[in-house]
Every structure is written in C-alpha cells, then in structure tokens.
Write a protein that binds this ligand. Structure first.
Ligand code: PMV
Length: 319
C-alpha cells in the first residue's frame, strides 16, 4: 500500500505581517513543490527521508518524538503534527521530495504539511476534502509555530492566486492570468517566522499610535492591489510592492541584504520589488514583465535567486 500527494510553495505579494492583525493579504502558488510518498514498511517505526536535504529521521508518533539520524529537524515537526491528525501510527516510510528552498519564505512548511496530510489521509482511507485538509494544515502550523495566518496553507491547498479578506473571513481565488515571471532573491533566514512575528508584536506594543495606523495602511494597500488585479491593471502593482517594502521596513523585518536585493532588482528593471514572507533574511520578490534574466543574474551575483511562475495547481493526489 502506498499513497502520494504534492503541494506547491507560495509567494506573498501583499499583506505579510499585517495579516496576523486581521488585515487582508494576497499570495500566489508557485511552480516549486513538495512531493510526499507514504508506503508500508516492514520495520516497527515511522521513517522519514528528505533526500535532497540529506535528512533522515525516525518518528515516534505515539510518544510525540522525532529522532534525527541526520540533518535539521525543523520541517519534521510539521510532518509529525500532520500524522497525529490523520495517521494511525502504523509503521510507514515517508519520502519527501522538496524543490522549495526551506526557511526562505516560500511556504515550504505549508507545502510539506498539506501534502503530508493528503498522502497520509489517503493511505488511511480517509476521504478528506481540500477544505478539510486546508483547515487541518492550518491547525498544524498553529501548533508548531504558535501563531500563523491561514494564508500559506490555503494557497498551498488551492493553488493559483488567493485573496484572504480581513480577519480571514473570506478566501477568494483570483483570476490572475498573468504570465510574468517572478524573480525571487533569497538569503538564509537568521530568525524563524515565529520570532519575526513576535518582533513586530513588540514594536506594535511599544508604539501603538505609530504601528496601528501603519498596519491599517498596509490593509488599504492590499485592497488597492486587489482592485488593480480585478481590473487587470497589473502594471500598477509594481509601485504598490515598493510601498509595501517600505512598510515592512518600518515594522523592523528588513535587513541590509534584503534591501540590497530590492534596490538591485529595481535598478535592473523590475516593475516593483519587496520583501516576501516574514523577512529578517529570507526572500524578496521582484515583478519582472521584462528583464527577468538580467534581474536573475544581478541577484545571483549578490545573493542567490530563482525564477518562479504562478502555478494554478494546488494540492494534487498522485496515482
Ligand atoms: O515567511 P513565511 O512564508 O513564513 O511567511 C510569514 C507570513 C507572516 O505574515 C509573517 C506570518 C503569517 O502567519 O502570515
């Protein structure tokens, strides 16, 4: 018996951090995916392998414990929490194939969570709907990270472009028939998402009269971007991305390396560029209707970079 599923990573275009305070956000799924295969094994434990990251581990689901043979355990916490929700703890081998860089704001943890929940629920003959998987995936992120918006897990489940309305009251799939590549520049992240969310919270508590209106303005910015996307006025999005980058700087999640990449991308011809995800290292996204190869190579010269395209495929069960 074996079951297989895959789910995409994501890039947040507008609204990171503000989304934690109930503001809207817009994100797109990208053509970088996590593929999970679960198969029966003859051992008496759950084994996990992530070949391309050289990670191998044993999961003791009943005792809530991960024993690492090799590599960094971070992402395996999401695997364990996912199994606890849909798997009966029987011995299986879990093979993870990840072409999403981890810890760089690409939603690798959400993609691994969504694909693990899907593969494990199929393995256990539980017919969960995509909506149920997205809900459980959000619970997993909450239990591992303490705080998380449903943005990453929603986008990884449903694919395409997603607008998350204020207070996560509505999740709308957007028509974004846009074939521009996105260039992503990335650096290793020094702090994890939870710590960066906490850093913003402390700044908000220290200066509520300054930070609260800023978060309100970030919400208005995302609504403005939504209007331009609906009207297909994509060229207006660049300037909004630049303004959004400034707001994220005010929240304290920018770094010299990220700013350097943002300004390099703009100078090399990007329509707009900003931090994407939690910041503090991690990634920037540049909107590149033209000059994408030039921008890619300029960013590779200073840090690292890849080109991604929007993926309309969300979670997929693989036969
Ligand atoms: O960097 P990422 O992909 O983990 O994105 C975090 C986005 C935040 O808004 C900072 C947190 C969240 O849960 O939405």
């Amino acid at each position: 018996m074996e079951a297989k599923a895959s789910a995409p990573g994501k890039v947040i275009l507008f609204g990171e951090h503000a989304v934690v305070y109930g503001k809207p956000a817009i994100a797109v799924a990208v053509d970088k995916r996590a593929v999970i295969k679960i198969s029966e094994n003859k051992e008496d434990t759950i084994k996990v392998y992530i070949k391309n990251l050289n990670i191998s581990a044993t999961i003791d689901q009943l005792n809530n414990h991960i024993i690492i043979d090799n590599g960094n355990p971070g992402i395996l916490k999401y695997v364990l929490e996912s199994l606890k929700r849909v798997h009966d703890a029987s011995p299986v081998t879990i093979e993870i194939d990840l072409d999403i860089p981890i810890g760089a704001g690409f939603g690798s943890s959400a993609a691994v969570t969504v694909a693990t929940l899907a593969a494990a629920s199929k393995y256990n003959h539980k017919n969960l709907t995509k909506k149920e998987i997205a809900q459980k995936a959000h619970e997993v992120e909450l239990s591992v990270q303490n705080s998380a918006s449903p943005l990453d897990t929603t986008i990884s489940t449903f694919g395409g472009a997603v607008y998350l309305a204020a207070n996560a009251e509505e999740i709308k799939k957007l028509e974004l028939n846009w074939t521009y590549p996105l260039v992503i520049g990335f650096t290793p992240r020094k702090e994890d998402t939870g710590k960066l969310v906490e850093k913003v919270r402390l700044r908000k508590e220290a200066y509520p009269d300054i930070i609260n209106p800023l978060l309100d303005a970030m919400g208005i910015l995302t609504e403005t971007a939504l209007k331009f996307i609906i009207e297909k006025k994509y060229s207006y999005l660049g300037e909004l991305m630049n303004i959004n980058h400034g707001f994220l700087d005010c929240l304290g999640v920018n770094t010299k390396e990220l700013s350097n990449m943002v300004y390099t991308a703009r100078k090399t011809g990007a329509l707009g560029a900003k931090i994407t995800g939690a910041g503090g290292g991690g990634s920037i996204v540049a909107l590149c209707p033209e000059n994408n190869l030039k921008i890619l190579s300029a960013l590779k010269n200073i840090e690292d970079a890849i080109e991604v395209n929007i993926s309309h495929e969300g979670l997929e069960f693989i036969d």
